[in-house]
Design a protein around this ligand. Structure first.
Ligand SMILES: [Fe+2]
Length: 464
């Protein structure tokens, strides 16, 4: 009895370990995989302590860090992780990385009883790699594949980042059909992103998938090569300015990050002084709190929207000040921004907005507009510009007649298209992006700005 228990324990200790680590906002997935005390991390994020901690708890030594490609939306944690763990960084050929080693198509890496095989799958970027996972105790077929930004659940990677789109889209199609699908329907698919990422269009909600599931359900895989390429050419992707900086860092090696970010507490006077030195305030409180009172010139950006929208308005060189409801929120915001290469987080307003107005500083507000009032204004023919800041897809699925459409990410550079001589009502799905849009307009000197309460959800629920 005792022996059999020991055997079971021993077997458990040697079984393959596979964990997904999700970074919200960026909708980024990274993975820790290994067996028999030897492990690897795929696509680590910048605050890489989490992998070190998890591996320690599992009694695992991280031997390799595999990059599926040079990410453009977040700073890699591979250099720090390699320094801390003594692991080897591996990435694909064709990009002049200043760190790590090049992995070649077909190269294999053993970790205990598992094996990772590198597959060159260009298309999203030229050096994109996928890594097929084999368990030597479970037959010859791949049990899983880490697909990076080549294949997602319900979507495929964008092909507009490097080289001509038709060529890159063709490569992407060939990589998926020629390298990934032949791994077999049973191979689980582990991509680098989930729903909400800017790295692909239409990424689905399912977080569990396989080659078989994608072959059957992924819309991009139901069409000919020609049609696949045409669809990629027609995709309209956003390109936030911070991508350039991330690309550079992820090629040259990012500056080291010493532990988790801890923004400094700042008093109202210190915030005020920094505002005169071109610092930008990012207010991560709820739209309702922002609407009621905020520091003039602040951007209203909800926490989970930072990854998608901060990159459109904050220059990477700008000093950033945070206004949050709670200290944990300020820490989270700093962490999210550092993942995007914003290294100048000067601090947060200690004590929250109360300390600002209690110190005698003025506040600004953005009135909320209920949908019934908006409907009445429009039916009476009153002049009001409805500014819809949702995505093109959402806009095309239905909108208020006569509304002006500028996606939230484009608004800062397109404010000239917004009429400046009358009331403006910003609207989105529920109220986060519209609050962001209102804050952009207020910064640009628009005075008569309203945020539509409840957005298109409320508008539809009103029965219009
Ligand atoms: Fe990517």
């Amino acid at each position: 009895m005792l022996t059999s228990q020991n055997n079971t324990k021993e077997k458990e200790g040697r079984a393959m370990i596979l964990e997904r680590i999700t970074s919200k906002g960026l909708a980024h997935f990274s993975y820790l995989v290994g067996s028999d005390g030897e492990g690897a991390v795929i696509d680590p994020r910048r605050d890489c302590g989490i992998y070190v901690e998890r591996a320690r708890r599992l009694g695992m030594r991280i031997r390799y860090v595999f990059e599926t490609h040079r990410h453009e939306d977040f700073v890699t944690g591979s250099v720090d992780l390699s320094r801390i763990t003594g692991s080897t960084i591996l990435h694909g050929p064709g990009t002049p990385f200043a760190f790590g080693s090049t992995v070649y198509d077909g190269q294999e890496f053993a970790l205990g009883k598992i094996r990772l095989k590198a597959l060159h799958t260009p298309g999203h970027t030229v050096e994109s790699m996928s890594y097929a996972l084999y368990d030597t105790t479970a037959g010859n077929a791949a049990v899983a594949v880490f697909t990076g930004d080549t294949l997602f659940a319900n979507g495929v990677g964008r092909a507009d980042l490097e080289g001509p789109v038709p060529e890159m889209a063709g490569l992407l199609y060939d990589s998926i059909t020629g390298r990934l699908i032949p791994l077999g329907d049973g191979a689980a698919v582990f991509p680098a992103h989930g729903e909400g990422s800017v790295c692909g269009i239409g990424i689905g909600k399912r977080t569990v998938s396989s080659i078989g599931v994608e072959r059957a359900l992924n819309p991009a895989l139901q069409v000919s090569r020609e049609e696949f390429v045409r669809q990629r050419i027609e995709e309209r992707h956003e390109l936030p300015a911070y991508f350039k900086n991330v690309e550079k860092w992820n090629t040259d090696g990012p500056p080291p990050m010493e532990g988790p970010p801890r923004p400094a507490p700042l008093r109202a006077e210190e915030i005020s002084a920094r505002l005169h030195q071109d610092a930008l305030v990012v207010d991560v409180r709820t739209p309702a709190a922002f609407s009621a009172a905020h520091i003039g010139g602040s951007y209203s950006l909800w926490l989970d929207g930072l990854a998608s929208f901060a990159g459109f308005v904050l220059p990477v060189s700008a000093p950033v000040l945070l206004v949050a409801e709670r200290l944990e929120d300020a820490d989270r915001a700093a962490r999210y921004l550092l993942r995007m290469s914003y290294d100048r987080i000067e601090g947060y307003l200690h004590g929250g907005l109360e300390t600002w107005y209690a110190a005698g500083y003025t506040c600004e507000s953005v009135p909320f507009l209920p949908v019934r009032d908006l409907a009445q204004y429009l039916s009476e023919g009153r002049r009001v510009t409805v500014l819809d800041v949702r995505s093109i897809r959402e806009w095309e699925s239905g909108h208020i007649e006569g509304a002006l459409h500028i996606p939230a990410g484009q608004l800062e550079r397109r404010t000239a298209e917004v009429p400046g001589d009358g009331p403006i009502a910003t609207i989105c799905g529920t109220g986060n992006r519209s609050s962001f849009a209102s804050s952009i307009l207020r910064r640009r000197g628009f005075t008569d700005v309203h945020t539509v309460l409840g957005g298109m959800t409320a508008w539809r629920n009103m029965g219009r």
